[in-house]
Design a protein around this ligand. Structure first.
Ligand SMILES: Nc1ncnc2c1ncn2[C@@H]1O[C@H](COP(=O)(O)OP(=O)(O)O)[C@@H](O)[C@H]1O
Ligand SMILES: [Mg+2]
Length: 247
């Protein structure tokens, strides 16, 4: 590829990226089917979606439209039947189960509809367990404690740090779940109906807090919701119906 004419020409080699602009999440032609008995259910079809670095996207659609499926595929919990999934410029399509586990531990955060905190651990311990599950010393125990305390402070939970989940309100539990999702400094956080168990005022507060936390870190997010009001906290709204996205 180097001809004689090229030899003395100084070459500026651009940094090669898989994407022309920084993209936290890129789905291309993603399809997901579930086999139930003799029936094939198409949960997601022809899904193309880009979430830019630092961007918050609201994903809105009726029950059964494929929202949880999309989040699960974006976060490496489920494999797409076909299509490609890139997170932070890394293609996670076709990764092994072990690679996906590592990817989930280091690169994404999840906040689910049903808050799945560990019931016998305190709020603070529910954050620290992220580091322990990582199974390696990503940072010292003291640094992890400091990080947990910072997050609990930002989320207004300092005086609830020693409470068990059962001793917290619904909104407080959801805030602990947000803190836990941020412990590993993910570039992308997936919120699957984070406010559906909360009354609307509390829901607004929690999503306001989510926006603050994401924007202060430049973290990208998808927030799944039924609630149109919550879309005001997002930079952009994407709709989904019968497994098809429209934006
Ligand atoms: N594990 C599964 N097995 C079979 N069908 C499923 C499974 N998970 C979801 N589905 C079906 O896929 C479609 C999309 O589901 P889901 O992604 O959970 O939608 P949403 O989160 O928008 O309610 C629905 O028709 C649902 O019944
Ligand atoms: Mg769902």
């Amino acid at each position: 590829m180097t001809g004689p004419d090229d030899r003395h020409t100084p070459q500026v080699v651009p940094t090669m990226r898989t994407s022309p602009s920084p993209v936290a999440l890129r789905l291309r032609a993603v399809r997901k089917t579930y086999q139930v008995g003799d029936n094939e259910i198409v949960a997601l079809d022809h899904a193309d979606l880009d979430v830019a670095d630092g961007e918050i996207v609201a994903l809105v659609g009726p029950s059964g439209s494929g929202k949880t499926t999309l989040c699960s595929i974006a976060g490496g919990l489920l494999r797409a039947t076909s299509g490609t999934v890139e997170v932070g410029g890394r293609d996670i399509t076709g990764r092994s189960a072990a690679e996906l586990t590592e990817f989930r531990r280091t690169s994404v955060g999840f906040v689910f509809q049903t808050v799945n905190l560990v019931p016998f651990l305190t709020a603070r311990e529910n954050l620290l367990v992220v580091d322990e599950l990582a199974g390696r010393q990503r940072r010292g125990r003291r640094a992890a404690g400091k990080r947990a305390d910072e997050l609990l402070g930002e989320l207004g939970l300092t005086d609830r740090a020693a409470n068990l989940p059962a001793q917290l309100s619904g909104g407080q539990r959801q805030r602990v779940a947000i803190g836990r999702a941020l412990m590993n400094d993910p570039a992308l956080v997936l919120f699957d109906e984070p406010t559906s168990a909360l009354d609307s005022q509390l829901g607004d507060q929690v999503v306001g807090l989510i926006r603050e936390e994401m924007k202060s870190r430049g973290t990208s997010a998808i927030i799944v919701t039924h609630d149109e009001r919550i879309t005001h906290y997002a930079d952009r709204t994407v709709r989904i119906e019968d497994g098809r996205l429209s934006q």
